[in-house]
Design a protein around this ligand. Structure first.
Ligand code: MD3
Ligand code: FE
Length: 202
């Protein structure tokens, strides 16, 4: 296991997952997506997002004309599949928490996808950390402060990197500016999966 470093209050484990562990997680993600297919989300303002999303756990994050929120069911009406054991093991190892996450949001980025700067504020309790796993092409991740006016810093997240955002970083502004298409051979179709595990219910 590589060492971790801290930047702006978040902790990064570069290359934490070896190739076999990454492939196992991708297989788990494909099983989740078979039960709960990726959707093309729309913001409450009606703007299509470039990222495709699905999820696992008791609750899933959704967005549509009715707003941003957590729901007990996938838009198709089926329950979200359980969070893969591989993901729960990572959560336990790196956060050291006994509490399991309620949600594992799965984002898929095609070569042109991005995610604008935002805060994650739809959870009922911000005292729990968020764990993020990157799989596939490199992504240029940008993080600022809790105040939007604070400056931002950029860091490339690569396949197998794991990040924990806790403490003050939990409410930091963040986003994904772009991918480096073709930078990873993990996904035959190209692009990037990102998993974020969240505690939603206090
Ligand atoms: C910092 N996802 O799904 S993961 C998201 O790469 C999201 O797909 C990005 O932002 C992605 O909401 C970034 C890293 C991340 C996730 C949640 C955070 C960073 C965070 C919450 C608070 C602070
Ligand atoms: Fe976010």
């Amino acid at each position: 296991m590589a060492e971790s470093f801290q930047i702006r209050g978040f902790r990064v484990w570069p290359g934490h997952l070896d190739r076999a562990a990454q492939e196992a997680l991708v297989a788990d993600i494909r099983a989740v997506a078979a039960a709960a297919p990726f959707v093309a989300p729309v913001t409450p303002g009606g703007k299509p997002m470039t990222v495709r999303m699905t999820g696992a756990g008791r609750l899933g994050w959704v967005t549509d004309r009715h707003g941003y929120r957590y729901e007990a069911r996938h838009p198709s009406g089926v329950a979200w599949p359980p969070i893969p054991l591989s993901v729960l093991a990572l959560w336990r190892d790196l956060t050291g928490l006994n509490r399991e996450p309620d949600c594992c949001l799965v984002n898929f980025y095609g070569p042109q996808a991005r995610m604008g700067l935002h805060q994650d504020k739809d959870e009922g309790d911000f005292s729990w950390p968020i764990l993020s796993v990157s799989l596939g092409d490199d992504a240029l991740f940008r993080i600022g402060g809790v105040d939007r006016a604070e400056g931002t810093q950029s860091v490339w997240l690569r396949s197998g990197d794991v990040v924990v955002f806790g403490g003050p970083a939990r409410l930091a502004w963040h986003g994904v500016d772009r991918l480096r298409p073709g930078s990873s051979t993990l996904l035959p179709e190209g692009g990037r999966f990102n998993l974020t595990c969240r505690v939603v219910v206090p």
